[in-house]
Design a protein around this ligand. Structure first.
Ligand SMILES: Cc1cc2nc3c(=O)[nH]c(=O)nc-3n(C[C@H](O)[C@H](O)[C@H](O)COP(=O)(O)O)c2cc1C
Length: 207
């Protein structure tokens, strides 16, 4: 059996809010004893679209060195945390495109029996954070994944009030990721690591 569980934190972020949550999740998972890969997915938007938005181009430049997610990162992991900004109440095209590259692995049954959990950011508090997190779980079910929601399993979860995953709302891009969201992310990452440890402890060690 492996000593450390492996956690992949894979996300898309245009203007940095989802990336901030991803970093909090990755750091917490590492502190909880996991081996962690933090990966952004490939940008699909045209360069002129990115350049038209100063926050978007600044974030793209700041994360130029972040490794790009590959299918192998998911295969490597015991637990996968997927994050996307809400786009019209749903997952961004960029994260969805990455998920679509998992088709071969899905067909071979290689996505099954892993722990999965989701995170997001919206512009407004009721702008679709829950629908985005639930949309992610649709795919987790198709994968044969073990869906680990944070639920109300910790006092901090009564502060952010979202049982489906970690979600920030940026108030039209003006609100950075704050303490309540960070605390929710820490609860989620610790829970994901703990349950991934439990799953790998009872698996046959073949992964
Ligand atoms: C095309 C587009 C669609 C969006 N749709 C929604 C939406 O449905 N609901 C919402 O609250 N915010 C929406 N937003 C705002 C983003 O979800 C929000 O700013 C998010 O925090 C961005 O995350 P990021 O900084 O990681 O890119 C949308 C933004 C864009 C560009």
């Amino acid at each position: 059996m492996k000593d450390e569980v492996r956690v992949a934190v894979i996300y898309y972020s245009a203007t940095g809010h989802v990336a901030d949550i991803a970093l909090e999740l990755a750091e917490t998972a590492e502190k909880a004893g996991a081996e962690v890969r933090l990966r952004k997915v490939r940008e699909l938007a045209p360069q002129e679209a990115v350049e038209s938005n100063p926050a978007w181009s600044a974030h793209a430049a700041a994360t130029a060195g972040t490794p790009v997610a590959e299918v192998e990162d998911v295969l490597w992991a015991d637990a996968v945390l997927l994050g996307s900004p809400t786009r019209f109440g749903n997952i961004s095209a960029q994260l969805k495109q990455f998920m679509d590259t998992l088709g071969g692995a899905w067909r071979r049954g290689e996505l099954a029996d892993k722990v999965y959990s989701g995170f997001t950011s919206t512009g407004s508090p009721h702008g679709g954070n829950e629908s985005t997190l639930l949309a992610l779980t649709h795919s987790f079910h198709h994968f044969g994944g073990i869906v680990v929601a944070p639920g109300f399993t910790h006092p901090d979860k009564f502060l952010d009030g979202n049982p489906y995953g970690t979600a920030h709302h940026d108030a039209g891009g003006t609100e950075p990721v704050g303490d309540i969201t960070r605390r929710a992310a820490r609860v989620q990452a610790e829970r994901v690591v703990r349950l991934a440890q439990a799953v790998t402890a009872v698996s046959d060690g073949s992964r």
